[in-house]
Design a protein around this ligand. Structure first.
Ligand SMILES: Cc1ncc(COP(=O)(O)O)c(C=O)c1O
Length: 398
């Protein structure tokens, strides 16, 4: 069946929750994906910061085949399984946190975090369940995570939200302080806001948040769903600022393309959730945890992180060169391989033109082009992407 036929059936079969581009993706190799018609695209999207090892990674394939060949894909949380245990051990080592809860997605990881911080807060003082999050933040689409999300456009059609959430201006410690009260139990922050437009938290702000939390006995929750897993040149983005966090949430890159999320907590929170408090049928699934175990082994080796730092410096330099050439570029921002190009104009037409030229690039809001490629992207592939971007910009802005 051809692409249009396939898309026509898709439109009749799937809910219209996404505004897909008219391409059907069917395969991938390295940093390139292939559509149904056989056209290949250099990929700066990576399934939105998910496919961090790129496509057809031999180690990831072997890890998945290992589980499949063993015959047990899933065993529930009534029993232990070696993949979940190994992946949790690696996460502990990489993060210096103390316990892991596995789930399936970023929003679920944040739901677990919300339940945990509220239970902990309430155990300290009656009604201590209020949560501060940041304006322009994004924490997910389920009701708790959506209530935590500081972007009214995502909440409006689904009101009422859960109570007890307050939204502070990002990178503004006085704004956060103004919202703190005796009922505040936690502050959620993304070290680099993703959906909000690829905006890094300053090191100063993260350190100030840590101090504020310590001073008021408030839990600091780092949502690393998008910026974590090596993407910024650190295993987890908050680590750049040298702070510790009390809770961290992960998903996206954790499984290298296999759905998995995780909520990690510091030692003092290790026993807050007890049997019966929380769960997820698929949490700790063997296939997902084998994928995570392999991806985490790559982060532990350290080479991948070094690579991210090196190629990121190259990409930033090339983007800055473009900025001096194209005045419609307002700002280049981000960390590591999580970069945004803020444009004066809406970016959707640029994204479509890039696709025509064989390059996938995403947006973050209407005016920001977002690059979150596989972390394995090479310098040559970056140069190729820049060449295509230049061509597209030249013809769009001539
Ligand atoms: C920072 C952050 N948190 C949470 C989520 C939600 O993750 P998921 O779509 O896996 O539920 C996202 C998704 O983009 C995210 O960027």
């Amino acid at each position: 069946m051809d692409t249009n036929g396939m898309i026509g059936i898709g439109k009749d079969a799937l809910m219209g929750t996404y505004a897909q581009y008219p391409v059907v993706l069917a395969g991938g190799e390295g940093r390139r994906v292939r559509d149904l018609a056989g056209k290949t695209y250099l990929d700066l999207v990576a399934g939105i910061a998910v496919n961090i090892l790129g496509y057809h990674d031999p180690g990831l394939s072997a890890a998945l085949h290992g589980v499949i060949d063993g015959g047990l894909l899933h065993c529930s949380n009534l029993y232990w399984n070696p993949y979940a245990i190994r992946a949790a051990e690696r996460l502990k080592r990489l993060s210096s946190l103390s316990r892991v809860f596995f789930c399936n997605s970023g929003t679920e990881a944040n739901e677990a975090a919300l339940k945990l911080v509220r239970k902990y807060g309430a155990s300290k003082a009656e009604g201590r369940t209020e949560v501060i999050t940041m304006q322009q933040s994004f924490h997910g689409r389920t009701y708790g995570a959506l209530s935590a999300t500081g972007q009214p456009k995502y909440q409006e059609p689904f009101k009422p939200m859960l109570g007890g959430f307050f939204y502070a201006p990002f990178n503004d410690i006085e704004g956060v302080k103004a919202l703190i009260g005796p009922k505040t139990c936690a502050i959620f922050v993304e070290a680099v806001q993703g959906e909000g437009g690829v905006i890094p938290a300053t090191t100063t702000f993260l350190r100030q948040l840590r101090t504020l939390c310590d001073d008021h006995d408030i839990l600091l929750v780092c949502d690393e769903v998008q910026c974590g897993m090596g993407r910024t040149g650190y295993p987890f983005a908050f680590q750049k600022s040298g702070i510790s966090c009390d809770v961290m949430t992960l998903a996206k890159g954790l499984g290298g393309g296999v759905p998995i999320g995780a909520t990690l907590v510091a030692e003092k929170l290790a026993h807050v959730l007890v049997p019966g408090d929380h769960g997820a049928t698929f949490g700790g699934n063997l296939l997902a945890c084998a994928a995570a175990d392999h991806v985490l082994s790559r982060l532990e080796e350290g080479e991948l992180i070094e690579h991210v730092r090196k190629v990121s410096a190259h990409l930033v330099k090339r983007l800055q060169e473009m900025q001096s050439e194209f005045p419609r570029i307002e700002e280049i921002r981000g960390e590591g391989l999580m970069l945004g190009i803020r444009m004066t104009d809406p970016v959707r037409p640029l994204i479509e033109a890039c696709m025509d030229e064989g390059l996938l690039i995403a947006n973050a809001g209407a005016h920001v082009l977002r690059m979150v490629p596989p972390l394995t992207i090479t310098v040559d592939e970056i140069d190729e992407a820049i060449m295509i971007l230049r061509k597209v910009f030249s013809s769009a802005f001539s």
